[in-house]
Design a protein around this ligand. Sequence first.
Ligand SMILES: C[S@@+](CC[C@H](N)C(=O)[O-])C[C@H]1O[C@@H](n2cnc3c(N)ncnc32)[C@H](O)[C@@H]1O
Length: 241
Amino acid sequence: MDVKIYDKLAKRYDLATKIVSFGIEELWRRMFAKEIKKHIKNGILIDVASATGEMAKALDFDRMYLIEPSAEMVRVIVEKFQKLGFKKEDFEVVFEESPHIRMKKGQKEIIIIQDTAENVKIEEKADLITAFMALRNFDDLEKGMENLKKSLKPGGYFAIVEMVKSDSLFAKLILWYMNKILPLIAGMMLGMKEEYKLLGKSIDTLKEDEIIKNLKGFGIVKKQKLIFPIATLIIAKKDDG
Ligand SMILES: C[S@@+](CC[C@H](N)C(=O)[O-])C[C@H]1O[C@@H](n2cnc3c(N)ncnc32)[C@H](O)[C@@H]1O
């Protein structure tokens, strides 16, 4: 996915998402966080395609890596967590194109890495990886998921919410809204008609089977359609040893 679209959207992303999804995305996020907490309550989290950091904010683990390639989204994350009382520790450029920003608040630490799922390198192993509406943005799903899986402890969880291809009538209606109506609303509200046309197109590209195929070495502990069955929730546990 061309991150320039997300750069342009960053400052208005939270509000725009609430409006264009009629609050449904927020509902999905809450259901997702609640389901995750049944399996794991705290530890080391890697949240991929973090956008403005809402998933990390909702889960509030003690140590969180936020992986996000858009520089403008990273800026929004930093401002959001500053408002939540986090202080920027340092700014180190570890790899030429992958800046790490570390922020702390008491015992809590977040590390924001400006990079893609396919390229990011994380030394530490996490207890949980979250990908909320993230996977369809990867340029190479297999490479991105393989790379992330390396940074998960045995017994750790890979938790996913994604919009997937569906043949239901309702899904077709949503697609029509995303492709025809949403760009018009986004055009009027944000001056971003063409960008939302592109985002709408990406909705219909990913099949649930493709996601499952890339979870080799994992056991599926939860799989369900969320309300409005165009989104699927998957929680998978990495095999021990
Ligand atoms: C729909 S948003 C994700 C929403 C977010 N997870 C949340 O909780 O609100 C998609 C994000 O994916 C990011 N992205 C695009 N290409 C990516 C890649 N190859 N790897 C990781 N993130 C990517 C975009 O910059 C954008 O911020």
